[in-house]
Design a binder for this molecule. Structure first.
Ligand code: PLP
Length: 395
């Protein structure tokens, strides 16, 4: 089949591929623990589900405006004011199909061939793909694992050229769990200002920050109009399947993105939008309860992974991932099988411990692997026991 070139510019989603692999093994009767998934294991809170049922009964079953229902755009603005202290009007908010979609649309609206967009490694797998899709070039800048995976600023300055159009930052980060200090965010904003760059702040894990308050980039410098704030209901409210996310930014950009959205998906799902109104404006104690569970699991997995020889684990300050450096295992072998890359380690853990993780190579890192701890405490205990045994067999 002759497909258009743009398809070959874009890689498939590895985390979805790992989930499929785990499901296949499970179907074959293997007792697999899947720690590759990037979604809360909690059900969507009851009052949100009820709002969706009510929306169906009330006839919210038709097209909505392309940029989303006015009450949801307002709810997005209200959440940003309430939780972040950010001033945004409903017109500055666009509702999209999940948090991924406004990121994609913003890249499509702002970047094109010849442009360069800076992303930080380890990066969320989709960032380079959004940029590739827009026919622009992702430029990868490294980060400091010993300092919350904040950017190496000297390298960053060196990589900015007249072609640079934007920077994509993601704190708390997927895959590292790193949360940047306020100073680092300030430094990025200063650079964006100096070079007149768009600054994408993907803050979809902001509800999961464990060691102190979260500081939103747009709040640090409310006067810099080129800061875009990306949010999602997926992680905060355990709503990954509902597909509601949003962005706050300049009205002109919101209009451009809703034009693209109107001609691609028409509008986000009307019922899910009503559920999202309930999520954003309703009882927030559910968010705190899920956060407390994640924090408990974070401490548990950290303690247990740190005890495994060969895994070097930094404390993640946010999200629900740990990203241990496994490079000390490289060169070790068992039964003639030698581990040389993170991919080899994930494969070894999958086949020898029946634990699914994701190789750092997918995130632009060749020393580490990602564990998601959005699984039960029991699974964390069993998985780390099995990994400890598998590592002990290596020599
Ligand atoms: N941004 C980051 C960093 C993510 O990890 C994800 C999901 O894994 C998203 C955005 C988008 O999530 P969704 O489209 O499910 O709302």
């Amino acid at each position: 089949m002759r497909l258009a070139d743009r398809v070959s510019r874009v890689k498939g989603s590895v985390t979805l591929a790992m989930t499929t692999r785990a499901a296949e093994l499970r179907a074959a009767g293997v007792d697999v623990i899947n720690m590759s998934v990037g979604e809360p294991d909690f059900p969507t809170p009851a009052h949100i589900v009820e709002a969706a049922q009510q929306a169906i009964a009330d006839g919210y079953t038709r097209y909505t405006p392309g940029a989303g229902l006015p009450q949801l755009r307002q709810a997005g603005a209200t959440m940003l004011a309430r939780d972040n202290g950010m001033e945004a009007t409903a017109e500055q908010v666009i509702i999209s199909n999940g948090g991924k979609h406004p990121l994609f649309n913003a890249c499509m609206a702002l970047f094109q061939q010849g442009d360069e967009v800076i992303i930080f490694a380890p990066y969320w797998v989709s960032f380079p793909e959004f940029v590739n899709f827009a026919h622009a070039d992702p430029i990868v800048v490294n980060t400091d694992p010993d300092l919350n995976f904040e950017p190496l600023f000297d390298e960053l300055e060196d990589r900015i050229t007249p072609r640079t159009k934007g920077i994509i930052m993601n704190s708390p980060s997927n895959p590292t769990g790193g949360v940047w200090r306020r100073e680092a965010v300030q430094q990025i904003i200063a650079l964006a200002r100096k070079h007149d760059l768009w600054l994408f702040a993907d803050e979809c894990y902001e509800a999961l920050v464990y060691n102190g308050p979260f500081v939103s980039a747009a709040v640090i410098d409310p006067r810099y109009e080129k800061i875009l704030t990306f949010q999602s209901c997926s992680k905060t409210y355990a709503m990954t399947g509902w597909r509601i996310g949003y962005m706050a930014g300049p009205v002109e950009l919101v209009k451009a993105m809703s034009r693209l959205q109107g001609q691609s998906t028409s509008c986000p799902n009307s019922i899910a939008q009503m559920a999202a109104v309930a999520a954003l404006t309703g009882d927030q104690s559910v968010v705190g309860e899920m956060k407390a569970a994640f924090d408990r699991r974070r401490k548990l997995i950290l303690e247990r992974l740190t005890a495994i020889p060969g895994l070097q684990c930094r404390e993640p300050g946010g999200a629900f991932y740990v990203f241990p450096d496994v490079s000390e295992l490289f060169g070790k072998s068992v039964d003639g099988r030698k581990l040389s890359t993170p991919e080899d380690v994930t494969e070894y853990f999958l086949t020898e411990a029946n634990v699914v993780t994701v190789s750092g190579e997918w995130f632009g890192d060749n020393r580490s692997i990602r564990f998601s701890y959005a699984v039960s405490d029991e699974d964390i205990i069993t998985a780390t026991e099995r990994i400890t045994a598998a590592v002990a067999r290596l020599n």
